[in-house]
Design a protein around this ligand. Structure first.
Ligand code: HEC
Ligand code: HEC
Length: 315
């Protein structure tokens, strides 16, 4: 590790006023932080390893912003990946995470990559960062009605978010992704709830209107994700420059993102890209109702009838 030490902010769930205050404060700080970061995002420090991409690393695809220490956990830097078998697994996991289309192709049924939703290679606070997730498992999940391991949790994102097939627990893909997540969470003790986990909090002050959602979408999202919500592909290579929010290449109806509240929590903290926390709770919910109304692959766990006539209040 490099010489720096950082404080991991512990958020104690349900700790009454102190907890609530800390959350509100954390949120505000993250907002300020995100705002302050904006100009810097243009002149990102690129790591040395990125200027001379190694053969197996799709480094040209991403830039990793340097997070200010103290506020959030700072995962180890890419140049800290050791030259060993362990390092190879980290690299493979990272490759899969950033370019799932290429490195885990046979398990993916749509046009997305893990990092399309878990931004900045799974490092960004409030974009369900891997470093905050890993220490929480095994954990009870409502969706599965049982305690799931981290590896089983990964399988679910393959099945629903990537509308694909879950790699088996002993597959190299699941192993590598787990090693990558464990490496990012270096120094976080197991079971610790760290600041920046998941997305953000959403409360509504009125019932969301799909009509407003359409207007908000046009104003804030359409220039990247397209008027039709189908995303935009690269001109010169395969894959999406702006990922689809609907249609056959999007997540399916069993995905977390298909829950209006989860979608809103993600959108509020992360979209429009580069301008997080600009939409209000109600606006985020409304734009997500609009997204929710679009066609997308069915939930593989539900019947055709359920897929066609699911109630609008889901999530
Ligand atoms: C379409 C967006 C999307 C894609 C693509 C996606 N995920 Fe997720 N992922 C989510 C959402 C949304 C959640 C949180 C769901 C919830 O609230 O239960 C999540 C949760 C997770 C979690 C648990 C987070 C936590 O804090 O407990 C892990 C780990 C994870 N995803 C890994 C992956 C991996 C690995 C991939 C690629 C194979 C992937 N995800 C692809 C949207 C996505
Ligand atoms: C400046 C371009 C841009 C704008 C504007 C923008 N997005 Fe995105 N969005 C992206 C990119 C790029 C990603 C993939 C993540 C990454 O590469 O960092 C993404 C990812 C997403 C995802 C998760 C991946 C998926 O395809 O499901 C959702 C949901 C999303 N955006 C919704 C929105 C909504 C809603 C708005 C408007 C409020 C919006 N975006 C505005 C560029 C944009």
């Amino acid at each position: 590790m490099r010489g720096r030490k950082w404080v991991i902010t512990l958020l104690l769930l349900g700790a009454g006023l102190v907890g609530a205050w800390a959350m509100a404060d954390g949120q505000k700080q993250s907002m300020d932080d995100n705002m302050d970061d904006l100009p810097e995002l243009e002149t990102l420090e690129t790591h040395a390893s990125m200027q001379a991409p190694k053969e197996t690393l799709p480094n040209e695809l991403t830039v990793v912003p340097v997070v200010s220490p103290g506020e959030y956990h700072v995962p180890p830097a890419i140049e800290d990946i050791p030259e060993s078998k362990y390092g190879d697994m980290i690299r493979f996991g990272r490759n899969i995470f950033i370019n799932t289309q290429k490195y885990a192709k046979r398990y993916v049924g749509n046009g997305l990559n893990c990092a399309d939703c878990h931004l900045q290679e799974g490092r960004k606070p409030y974009a369900a960062p891997l470093w905050a997730a890993y220490p929480m498992y095994p954990m009870y999940r409502e969706k599965n009605h049982q305690v799931v391991s981290f590896q089983e949790r990964l399988q679910d994102c393959f099945k629903y978010s990537l509308n694909g097939i879950a790699p088996t627990l002993d597959s190299d893909e699941i192993k590598a992704l787990t090693v990558y997540a464990q490496w990012l969470s270096t120094n976080i003790p197991n079971g610790t709830i760290v600041a920046g986990r998941g997305f953000t909090r959403i409360d509504k002050s009125r019932d969301p209107s799909p009509f407003n959602g359409k207007v908000i979408y046009k104003q804030y999202c359409a220039m990247c994700h397209g008027e039709d919500l189908l995303g935009k592909k690269y001109m010169d290579r395969p894959g999406y420059m702006f990922p689809p929010l609907a249609g056959p290449d999007s997540y399916n109806k069993g995905a977390g993102m298909h829950k209006i509240k989860t979608c809103a929590a993600f959108v509020k903290a992360n979209m429009p890209l580069g301008r997080p926390f600009t939409l209000t709770n109600d606006q985020a919910l409304e734009v997500c109702v609009h997204i929710w109304q679009q066609d997308r692959p069915w939930n593989p766990k539900k019947s055709m009838f359920m897929n066609l006539f699911m109630p609008v209040t889901e999530g």
